[in-house]
Design a protein around this ligand. Sequence first.
Ligand code: UN1
Length: 499
Amino acid sequence: MNSDAKVYKNYINGEWVESVSGETYENRNPADKRELIGLFQKSDSRDVDAAITAAAEAYDEWRLTPAPKRGEILFKAAQLLKDRKEEIARDMTREMGKILKETRGDTQEAIDMGFYMAGEGRRMFGETVPSEMHNKFQMSIRQPMGVIGMITPWNFPIAIPSWKIFPALVCGNTVVIKPATYTPLSVLHFMEIFEESGIPKGVVNMVTGSGGAVGDPLMRDKRIKLVSFTGSSEVGRLVSEACAPDFRHCMLEMGGKNGQLVMDDADLDLALEGALWGAFGTTGQRCTATSRIIVHKDVIEEFTERFVERAKKIKIGNGLDESVEMGPAVSESQMNTVLNYIEIGKKEGARLLCGGERLTGGDYDYGWFTQPTVFGDVKEDMRIFQEEIFGSVVSIASCDSLEDGINKLNNVPYGLSASIYSKNVNRAFRAMRDVYTGIFYINAPTIGAEISLPFGGTKITGNGHREAGKQALEVFSEWKAVYIDFSGVLQRAQIDNAE
Ligand code: UN1
């Protein structure tokens, strides 16, 4: 019945190959389920094993390739991404649903990361430090780790894989990636680009399929030295447990419950634009999405009224239509999760100010569309205030002072992103200092991180690591301290130089 559908393969050891089982799964457009994007390999542990074997065999050649040369290949890949930006963005909108402007941005983020990490090939700085002894030299150097396993999400189908693949490669590691089940085509394009860039075979490998059949054996394989994971805190805990017995490393980038604080002295027009973009951009499906807006009591009425009025006007539809402002949820189950949270919010006694429904009728019937939904009178102990929803739902709560606002921003289990809108520099700086998140914005929404700074969060958002920026190198390499004694005699540290 799918005889016309394009079949996409795994990328292992520089070859496009079918899964061992020969089975495939369908990838459909969440804005229009009538559109079949293609059939992707339904892989299992046997395919994972082949990919890890290829990556392990490629490792020595790649780690011994001079880092500036590795960087040049990354540079080429970034240029190819740039050349194919529009095509990649269009395919991403078709498989993930977010609007074209955003999928172009997603691709741009991968381009930026490619150029940034290409430059790291010529830096990758270590330190030289004076020795305590005569005629002795000491320095630290970075060394690669081996084969890295990556499990990536569907909400940033190429940007997030790029945050992991580019730094891993420039450090000299080899890679096996399992793309999100819903968005394999974006990572497949990324593999095509690496192939064209001339990267040696086996250095990057992709295996598509489900979390259970592919992600699980990938994270458990002892040859994987580091698992880099982005997804929910529940799955992150499983990754952490799988790595713990062997002390294998894992880098976990998980959920958020990000808040925007709007003070009584804020530029309300600006705060409004920021909140709309932060809450409903990407249909609220960013880890950094604005899920709570905490507004000073003196301006909450005006803010809420204007916010709701604007939320109702957001144009929803197929993201390929340039006039559309918000696309669908990525899948039926994601949509149902969102609708379920809306019911929870109503039951908890929050006031539904707009939205709350699935969109139906006409073409909407073929996609997973939810209305922009705003709850007012949200209290700190409500689940919709505390739990990550990952959809087009935002909660408005009030505060009566800066301190109260900061406490409310902090009073959630997550610690990814937060923002404050205030014209008062003292307030803004105090909030910057006292809000316990990995990312903080002043007079800007909770979304919009650039690749040159560390990305990640505190509390159950992460496990202490950061992606992007030069901090990414900390995750994908290990330090080696090197001592060179050129005195020609035995010098005992801490003993012969004592006094
Ligand atoms: C995410 O929130 O899931 O900071 C990633 C941003 C984007 C990346 C977001 N550059 O909004």
